[in-house]
Design a protein around this ligand. Structure first.
Ligand code: SAM
Length: 371
């Protein structure tokens, strides 16, 4: 077996300047990038810290007590996040997802949720507001999140076997508490809840069927994510990726499935329904079946950099505009121009890229940019 190498890299690659174009790019809601893709979905990372140390995301060996997390002054304030989000919504964003790091670690996150819930699209609709969490604090926080205006949560859970899960989160966190968080979120009305399971071959593929059995018939949508080559610290190897096609075959061997239509354009998951109508599962196949063609997602990092792809190496510094006194119109124009010039399609190009890029030598970490 090949020896695991965890490169220690400084991910604070200098940001690209976000330039205000001489000709304004007005927020018409009709923005398209170089491949004609609209801007519809904004993921906002509210912290680069997490209380889990999943080896595929924030391995302990790298994210230890000496790791240079962002200082508080570098983080966007809630007002700054909301001001930027307003410009994104004016440009066509309809869905905002809070993520991280672990978003529930950000103090008073409910206040940010309240501010974002007040945003309206050009046709007067509230934005869809969701949050991705490891579930560890959900039991305690679910009612307050709902009251603040959060609509849905996605909970990450990589298995039901307590020993496997404790090993994967690498902080000895028990499954039972995450399940209690999911129940609390359901009771608070934060559904339909999605549960994300990253499948790593050799680590948790035997948890696929127990997870499917557990969530079938509960209204929770279980989604299986291919282990991705994000960041530069997880020692990713293709032989640890379990292709979604195999995941579907595994479930089908016991529980018949039928393909379902996508529920929205640009949706990351391919949907499958249980043939007896007892619910659905999804697979997210960013490694074996790139879905860049209709990617309508932008990502805002904790310190206000705009990333156009999960696998990007550099982001555009919007914080400099915010803190440098730019007007809302200027910020909207800068965002508009960045999107108009976007041509990223990393997952489609993965196999053709130079080795150092494909190996993730400079890519930002998922915990920093948000999942
Ligand atoms: N802390 C939150 C959580 O655990 O859901 C939000 C952030 S986490 C980075 C978002 C999602 O990314 C989680 O579902 C996590 O499992 C997934 N993720 C992280 N690294 C991944 C990788 N290398 N491949 C696939 N999914 C990954």
């Amino acid at each position: 077996m090949a020896e695991r190498v965890i490169p220690l890299v400084d991910q604070r690659i200098p940001a690209l300047r976000a330039l205000v174009p001489a000709r304004p790019v007005p927020a018409t809601g009709l923005l398209g990038d170089l491949l004609g893709r609209p801007l519809r979905d904004l993921r906002i990372s509210v912290t680069d810290r997490c209380n889990f140390r999943c080896s595929y995301c924030m391995p302990k060996e790298v994210f230890d007590k000496d790791y240079p997390y962002l200082p508080h002054s570098a983080l966007l304030s809630f007002e700054e996040i909301t001001r930027l989000a307003r410009q994104f919504v004016a440009h066509g964003v309809r869905k905002i997802r809070l993520t991280g790091g672990e978003p529930l670690l950000r103090k008073n996150i409910e206040v940010l949720i309240e501010q974002l819930a007040a945003l309206r699209t050009a046709d007067g609709q509230p934005v869809e507001l969701a949050l991705t969490t490891n579930g560890s604090l959900l039991q305690r926080k679910a009612p307050a999140l709902k009251a603040a205006g959060l609509q849905r949560v996605t909970v990450s859970l990589d298995g039901l076997d307590d020993a496997v899960f404790r090993r994967m989160n690498d902080v000895d966190f028990p499954v039972a508490e995450v399940l209690a968080g999911i129940e609390a979120a359901q009771a608070a009305g934060l559904g339909p809840i999605k549960v994300n399971m990253v499948v790593k071959r050799g680590t948790n593929e035997h948890e696929i069927l127990p997870m499917a059995r557990h969530f079938r018939g509960t209204g929770v949508v279980l989604r299986f994510i291919e282990y991705m080559d994000v960041g530069a610290t997880n020692g990713w190897r293709m032989d640890e990726v379990m292709p979604s096609a195999e995941v579907i075959e595994t479930i089908r061997s016991e529980l018949p499935l039928v393909p379902l239509e996508p529920s929205a354009p640009g949706e990351t998951a391919e949907r499958w329904g249980y043939a007896d109508g007892s619910g659905e599962v999804g697979v997210i196949s960013s490694v074996t079946q790139a879905f860049c063609g209709d990617c309508n997602r932008a990502r805002l990092s904790t310190e206000g950099r705009l990333y156009l792809c999960l696998f990007a190496t550099q982001g555009h510094d919007l914080r400099e505009l915010l803190r440098g006194g730019s007007s809302d119109e200027d910020i909207a124009s800068a965002i508009g121009q960045i999107w108009q010039l976007r041509g990223d399609r990393y997952s489609q190009l993965r196999g053709e890229l130079p080795a150092d890029t494909a190996a993730g030598a400079r890519r930002v970490e998922m915990s920093y940019i948000g999942g």
